[in-house]
Design a protein around this ligand. Sequence first.
Ligand code: NAD
Length: 345
Amino acid sequence: MAVCSGHETSLAWFRENLPNLRLATTRYEDLLADSGIDAIYCSVPHHLHEAMYVAVIESGKHLLGEKPFGIDLEANRRILETSSRHPKVVVRCVSQFPFFPGAQRICRQARTEGFGQILEVEAGLLHSSDLNPGKPINWKRIQAFNGAYGCMGDLGLHVLHLPLRLGWYPRNVRAFLSDIVHERPDAAGGMAPCDTWDNAVLFCEVHANGSQFPMILKTQRIAPGEGNTWYLSIKGTRSSIRFSTKFPKTLETLVYDSNGPQAWQQEDLGSQSVYKTITGGIFEVGFADAFQQMVAAFCHQVVAGNQAQLPFGCATLEETRMHHEILTAALASHARSQVVPLPPA
Ligand SMILES: NC(=O)c1ccc[n+]([C@@H]2O[C@H](COP(=O)([O-])OP(=O)(O)OC[C@H]3O[C@@H](n4cnc5c(N)ncnc54)[C@H](O)[C@@H]3O)[C@@H](O)[C@H]2O)c1
């Protein structure tokens, strides 16, 4: 019903394509002042998260905010503190990948049969377009707008959301961060400094479910051949399971039976995620389906209330806080070339 953008030119598409749009503005304060608006999806560069999220929450409107939910740990704390003073306002963070049916099946397996003793967890979100050094600079490649986390701030919550939901907050982290491309073409025809981390690999120690296991997390902007590949793999003594958006309808599982072969099996999952859709069950899913499932979960939370337990809800503020703790420790770990302990969850 209403849209705001910092650039007047980007409002034209909404005016032309949304017949029921009644407000298109470059001033976000106009949305906050509109009593007909219940909830706002706020998707802006990271340096604007704190000011805008705080303003939305204080206006009493429900907020679906983008990750990393504050440019750093301090900004995240201030958003959470504001939220704690407005308990009726629903505040959640975007994280659509866990709504892929394959990710949902992993979640169900973790909550029902488990994996036996967990041997290893690996999760990642991989991009490749930055392999091209001629790709123009944008705000995500500039620390002042993207933050010190670099690629971890962009991609980290996507990677951490399900592990955190399953209770796998690590005790410590050893991170290896790579700054591969140092400058990129700018709009003026020159070169601009590109001062963000391009790739990050985090080695975490997790104690959970009676197991102590390594969790390897990758957030990479320069992963050759990968186009927005999100994956989660869990290996256990009783069963192992893995899913990647590279093969969006395929789930792979290995159930260990001492009398049988150790063989991975593949299953075509169809489209059913958390909320029923009109798409037939056998048809395959994609990014847009997962995103709509997540929006449905947010709307469900708004209707059911902040405290309601949903079948699978959007990323919570606590989950954003834990992910900030991990990324902040990862920065320290890389700077000192040391394992850095995390504060208790
Ligand atoms: N969930 C995902 O898969 C996903 C993917 C990409 C980006 N993101 C996140 O979304 C957020 C935005 O990233 P993006 O790629 O869409 O960036 P973008 O640069 O494409 O869009 C940013 C938007 O913010 C608006 N904006 C900037 N300053 C403003 C102001 N003062 N007032 C009002 N609007 C203003 C711009 O007009 C633009 O519409 C970030 O937090 C990013 O991490 C999430």
